[in-house]
Ligand binder design. Sequence first.
Ligand SMILES: Cc1ncc(COP(=O)(O)O)c(C=O)c1O
Length: 348
Amino acid sequence: MKFSSFPRVRLATLPTPLQYLPNLTKALGGPKIWVKRDDLTGLAFGGNKARKLDYIIGDVLEKGADVIVTGAGFQSNWCTQTVAAAKKAGLDIYLVKSAPFEDFDTEDWDGNHLLHHLMGAHVKTVHPDKFKDTIKAIMEKLKDEGRNPYYTPVGGSEPIGAGGYFNAVLELTYQANNEGVHFDYLVHATGSGGTQAGLVMGTKAFNTGMKVVGAAVGWGEVSEMKDKVKGIVEESKKRYDLDFNLTEDDLIVYNQYAGDGYGVMSDAKLKAVKLMAETEGIMIDPVYTATAMACLIDLARKGEFKETDNVVFLHTGGAVALFPYKEPLRAHLEGEPLPWKTPEWSPQ
Ligand SMILES: Cc1ncc(COP(=O)(O)O)c(C=O)c1O
C-alpha cells in the first residue's frame, strides 16, 4: 500500500521552521548548526509526538474507536500531546502513568502532569510494577462498558507513529534544498525509538546521505536502543513496502549523555539548556533535548564533525518540563551544588 494512502488527520502544524543558529555555531566554533523546530508542531506545547499522532489518530478514527488508552512516565510529553490530539479529534482518553506509589497523582501538579488534568484526561498513577496490568484492566473495563478502546504504546513508537518521521525527512530535505544546504548529520533525543526509526527509514528510502544521531535519554545499553529502533524499522518496511538494507552504520546511538540516567540532572544537560537559551533564545527541555544538545556540543567540541559540515538539531519539544526542574536550574544558574538529582517521579 502507498504511504500516502494510510489514514492521516492533520493535527500537527507543518512544516515546522528550519533555522540557522549563527550564535550557537560561533560558540561551538565548528560546523554550521541548524535547528528543525519540531517544538512548534502545535498540540498543547508542541513536540515530536504531533507528527506521529497525525497517523495514529488517523488509524484510531478509521478503526471507529471512541477512547484512547496509553501510558508513560509521570511527566510525559507523549501523554500531553496525545491528550491534546484526542481532545481535538473529539475522543476520550485514559492515561496510566508510572509514579513512585499508587495515587501519587495528587502530589505534584506541575509541568505536563498539570496539563494532563487541564485537558481532562482520566489519569491513573501506579507503581511501575503495575503499569502493564493497569492498562490491560482499563482496556477490559472499557470493552465491558460497550466502548471501543484503542491502545497506543509509550511514545507512539510503532510503525504507524514512525510514519510521521519518515515523512519529516521529506519535509526537511525540501527545506534544505530551498536553503541550498546539505545536512551531514541530524542530532536528536531518542527514547522509545519511534522518532529515530522514522528518520532512519526516511534517510535510507530517499538516500539523503544524512547521518541520524540518537542521543539516548537513559534506558539501558546502546545495543538495546539500537535493537528497539531496528525492530520498528524492520516492521515499518513491511507496512510501507520499503526496500532498503538496514546496516549497523545506519544506527548511531550514544548513551553517555544521559549521565546518571533518565531525568537525572547533570552539569552537561544544564549547560546545554543554558547555552541554547542564551545564544539563540530557544528553550530546550532538561530531560530529552538537553541530552541531545549535550551530545551535539560534545561531538562538536571533540571535532567529530568537520568544519564544513552542516548539522541539524531536531528540537523535539518538551520545554514545559523546565518548570518541574526549576530547583536544579536555579541552583545551576546561581553556582550552587544541585539540591537534588532525581525527581521523585522519575522512573529510575
Ligand atoms: C521532548 C522529547 N524528545 C524526544 C523524545 C524521544 O522520542 P522517541 O520516544 O520517539 O524516541 C521524547 C519522547 O518522549 C520527548 O518527549
